[in-house]
Ligand binder design. Structure first.
Ligand code: 5GP
Ligand code: ZN
Length: 122
């Protein structure tokens, strides 16, 4: 845990959040400032600042599990199913990538348009 990281504090229960999923490795919660009707953040419990810091085979495996978990969390939270429906997964990386919180997180976005901000890009 990084003591100055808000997402580590959320995982530790030191900052409240609306949890939608948790297991030994991951935690998911509603974004406090949603850019779409469904906007969930999926994070590893371990502190990793950015995708650039994911350099090991363990990180590679973690990212694979994170990516394949996202559709399940999307569906469980009301994202419409394929073939007509779907959702968006986004990871912002670094300042120029729009990252504001330096703990790796996957945005899971779904629901009726319009969406706003980075999520709105078609
Ligand atoms: P980034 O720009 O780093 O990719 O996204 C950070 C996201 O975290 C933003 O969408 C922002 O609304 C969300 N966020 C920041 N602080 C908090 C918080 O304390 N609680 C929750 N639930 N979301 C937060
Ligand atoms: Zn952290």
């Amino acid at each position: 845990m990084s003591t100055d990281c808000i997402f580590c504090k959320i995982v530790a229960g030191q900052i409240p959040s609306t949890k939608v999923y948790e297991d030994d490795e991951f935690y998911a919660f509603k974004d406090i400032h949603p850019a779409a009707p469904i906007h969930i953040l999926l994070i590893p419990k371990v502190h990793i600042a950015t995708l650039v810091d994911c350099t090991t085979e363990a990180h590679q495996a973690m990212l694979g599990r994170m990516m394949t978990l996202a559709p399940k969390i999307a569906a469980d939270n009301g994202a419409p199913a394929l073939p007509e429906g779907g959702h968006r997964v986004v990871m912002n990386v670094g300042p120029a990538g729009g990252q504001e919180v330096y703990h790796v997180h996957l945005h899971i976005l779904a629901g009726a348009r319009p969406w706003r901000g980075f999520a709105a890009g078609e």
